[in-house]
Write a protein that binds this ligand. Structure first.
Ligand SMILES: *Cc1c(COP(=O)(O)O)cnc(C)c1O
Length: 397
């Protein structure tokens, strides 16, 4: 036992020595544009609260009335006695939005991705996955007995090569994040759908970082890329833009959803989503669908931030997703990014630095996430904090 604990201590020390230790700051407020932590108050630029629904009064009202009407917990998986009318309505609301035949709800998108591949793809099949796909897709794909192929991030020549290599499989599926969360880049879904069609493959998109706010009507990356009717399977989370509580889903053909309900292990063997969360999410979806104005505000905030940061001489990755990476390249970048992020908190702006192994070596960054809940003043304050922190840390203007 002593040796075991000593081993773990050494591993923990190694994580610290490598500069990879993740501390958790405790919020003393709800999730919102302006938060307080145990140390300070700050404007939050690192939440996935893209539409500001995490503390929206109508979401809170729906959740709190559900608490009285439907109770606190289900104490059951869905198929035993864990399905209420609202679970079914929530699944229906998602299908209606995405234009899919059906949707199945999971406790999280991690579970959705963990439960979808094993059921649908067996040893005669092939799964072709973007190298930057989310950890939950990688894990879910591992659980399947299908042959696995990987292509370089958004590289269509390499995808074609992998599709060639996978020829002869019974079923082939191309799997991609809709948006790659470290860069804010959209997957080239139109090209992916073209290639998949050419090879008779299906397409699965995990749209967690897009659903609700990307695309004119918030339908996500497929809508933005004009391929909503060509993506076969969608997965996503309710834990980001859509209220930010918890829950995930797989949306697609009726037969897929029906089979997942019979066979998908995280669905069969894990508790039903809590009634409060189902009700709040349902209201969040209703609001999000009608939130063209909030989406316009989000785009405006993102554009303003990009414009002011570029003027101030910062290097940004190109794009227009509210994930806006501010780059600190080179050998010293990881240290610079983390010191600047720390200094910004003293200026009342909460952002987080990312470095290796979350992003490639020499590509450290502060990932800023805009929200429709930010005011123009908030965005300007964020830029001013970047400028001030840069001077403090690097001694330049
Ligand atoms: C956040 C995220 C998930 C995990 O979603 P949860 O519902 O929190 O489990 C899965 N996939 C992608 C692409 C994500 O960004």
């Amino acid at each position: 036992m002593y040796a075991f604990k000593d081993d773990l201590s050494a591993t923990l020390q190694q994580i610290r020595d490598d500069g990879l230790w993740k501390d958790e700051r405790q919020l003393t407020s709800p999730q919102q544009a302006h938060i307080t932590t145990t140390r300070t108050s700050a404007i939050n630029f690192c939440a996935n609260n893209y539409l500001g629904l995490a503390d929206h009064p109508d979401v809170l009202a729906a959740a709190s009335s559900a608490l009285r009407e439907w109770g606190f917990g289900m104490a059951s998986v869905r198929f035993i006695c864990g399905t209420q009318e609202q679970h079914t309505r929530l699944e229906g609301a998602l299908s209606d939005w995405f234009g899919t035949q059906d949707t199945i709800l999971y406790s999280s998108c991690f579970d959705a991705n963990g439960g979808v591949f094993e059921v649908l793809f067996g040893e005669d099949d092939a799964i072709i996955s973007d190298e930057l796909n989310h950890a939950s897709l990688i894990d879910g794909i591992r659980l399947s007995k299908a042959a696995r192929y990987r292509y370089r991030n958004a590289d269509m020549a390499d995808l074609r090569a992998q599709l060639e290599a996978a020829k002869g499989a019974r079923r082939t599926v191309v799997v991609t994040d809709g948006v790659f969360s470290m860069d804010g880049y959209l997957a080239p879904l139109a090209e992916i759908c073209d290639l998949a069609e050419e090879f008779g493959a299906m397409v699965l998109v995990d749209d967690s970082h897009a659903v609700g706010f990307i695309g004119e009507g918030g339908g996500g990356t497929p809508e933005a890329c004009g391929v909503a009717d060509r993506v076969d399977l969608l997965t996503g989370t309710l834990g980001k833009a859509l209220g930010g509580a918890s829950g995930g889903y797989v949306a697609g053909p009726a037969e897929v959803v029906a089979l997942l309900r019979q066979r998908s292990r995280p669905y069969l063997f894990s508790n039903a989503v809590a009634p409060v969360v189902a009700a709040g999410s349902l209201e969040a979806i209703r609001i999000a669908r009608g939130s063209n104005e909030a989406r316009a505000t989000l785009r405006r905030n993102t554009a303003l931030f990009r414009e002011l940061m570029t003027e101030a001489g910062f290097e940004l990755l190109p794009g227009d997703h509210p994930i806006t990476p501010v780059m600190f390249p080179g050998e010293d970048g990881a240290r610079q990014a983390s010191q600047i992020a720390d200094a910004m908190l003293e200026h009342g702006v909460y952002v987080i630095a990312f470095s290796y192994p979350v992003v490639p070596k020499g590509r450290a960054r502060i990932r800023v996430q805009l929200s429709a809940a930010h005011s123009e003043e908030d965005v300007r304050t964020c830029v001013a904090a970047f400028v001030a922190a840069r001077t403090e840390v690097l001694g330049e203007g």
